[in-house]
Design a protein around this ligand. Structure first.
Ligand code: DAH
Length: 342
């Protein structure tokens, strides 16, 4: 039997050296180590041996089984490695193959406008505050000198969540939040969405975005207010832009103004421009000197400090800058519009 064991090992080694692939390896494995393989067959013969031989033969067969298992495993691993090497050699990535053209959009024009304004105003020393879309009636109206029964509330048809909570109708709410938490001098901007119950048309939407500006310091004047606004409008619409100031009314500013910019399309020399409806100017924003009552609501001493504030509609500014005549175009995610703003 000892000779049989050696023979099996020799045969197995011989066969393994000829095996070409995994299938042949499997077949060889079955022949030697399978259920009806040569090793098990020999093991079955153990029972007929005399006890003194049984032990040493049993041990010899076990060693044979272990050695064969290791040899087969080794061969299996060689095949695996060869397959992997081949795959790696064949699957090289060719970085020079042209990419399939994809429908690339671009940054949304209103977002682009926001970034441009932030960059400009931060460089002028303003700090940015975003605030909350869901706001309390107090910050959105009351603290801005618009009490519950004030007719000015009617100008901003509001989405009420409950009696005291609203979707903010104006970013002016952030003036209060900032003045409550910071001591002057203050130079802040706030940007974000505002909400009003408006029908959607070419110039209205129930959701749009605003830029708010607030400066509070000891010696600020209406001249600073107008100069700052002029700087922003020139930066966005071009150096040639002229501004026109008209008196207005907002409960949180006194005096209040509205500012128009010379029409970016016809440059103010009008003889038939649809953008400014032949007037040469387009209405851009509201502004004014912060009403002392608002300063006092935030515990800012109105005898020492004064402030100015302004609020811009960002969609309007974007439409003026890029000559977009219908506000709805800004909300339709049309790739043909967006790809112009890469
Ligand atoms: N909050 C006003 C609105 O939404 C715009 C506005 C006007 C903001 C005057 C101001 C301001 O800060 O001083 O209609």
């Amino acid at each position: 039997m000892e000779k049989d064991i050696k023979d099996i090992l020799t045969k197995a080694k011989e066969q393994l050296s000829k095996v070409q692939n995994k299938l042949e390896l499997q077949q060889a494995n079955a022949k030697f180590l399978g259920k009806n393989g040569l090793v098990l067959e020999k093991m079955k013969e153990l029972k007929d041996l005399p006890p003194e031989k049984k032990k040493s033969m049993g041990q010899g067969l076990n060693e044979l089984k272990q050695e064969l298992t290791a040899l087969f495993e080794d061969k299996f691993n060689q095949f695996e490695k060869a397959a992997m090497d081949e795959a790696l050699a064949n699957e090289k990535v060719d970085v020079t193959i042209p990419v399939k053209p994809t429908l690339w959009g671009g940054m949304h024009p209103v977002e682009k406008m926001k970034q441009e304004l932030i960059e400009y105003l931060v460089s002028q020393g303003f700090s940015l505050h975003t605030g909350y879309d869901i706001e309390s009636d107090y910050y959105c109206f009351e603290a801005l000198n618009i009490p519950k029964d004030h007719p000015a509330r009617e100008m901003q048809d509001t989405f009420y969540i409950d009696k005291e909570t609203v979707l903010r109708t104006q970013t002016s709410s952030m003036q209060i939040r900032v003045m409550e938490t910071q001591t002057p001098p203050i130079r802040m901007i706030s940007m974000g969405n505002v909400y009003r119950i408006d029908e959607i048309d070419a110039t209205h939407s129930p959701m749009f975005s605003q830029l708010e500006i607030l400066v509070v310091d000891k010696n600020v004047s209406m001249a600073d207010c107008i100069g700052t606004i002029e700087g922003i409008l020139k930066h966005i619409l071009g150096e040639k832009t002229k501004i026109r100031v008209r008196p207005s009314f907002f409960p949180f500013t006194e005096p209040s103004i509205e500012v128009d910019a010379s029409c970016p399309k016809c440059g103010g020399k009008c003889g038939g421009c649809s953008m400014c409806k032949d007037t040469g100017f387009v209405e851009m924003l509201g502004a004014g000197m912060v009403n002392p009552k608002v300063l006092e609501n935030c515990n800012v001493d109105s005898k020492v400090y004064r402030g100015f504030a302004a609020g811009f509609g960002l969609e309007r500014l974007t439409m003026m800058k890029y000559g977009i005549s219908d506000m709805r175009d800004l909300y339709e995610n049309d790739i043909n519009l967006l790809k112009q703003f890469r």
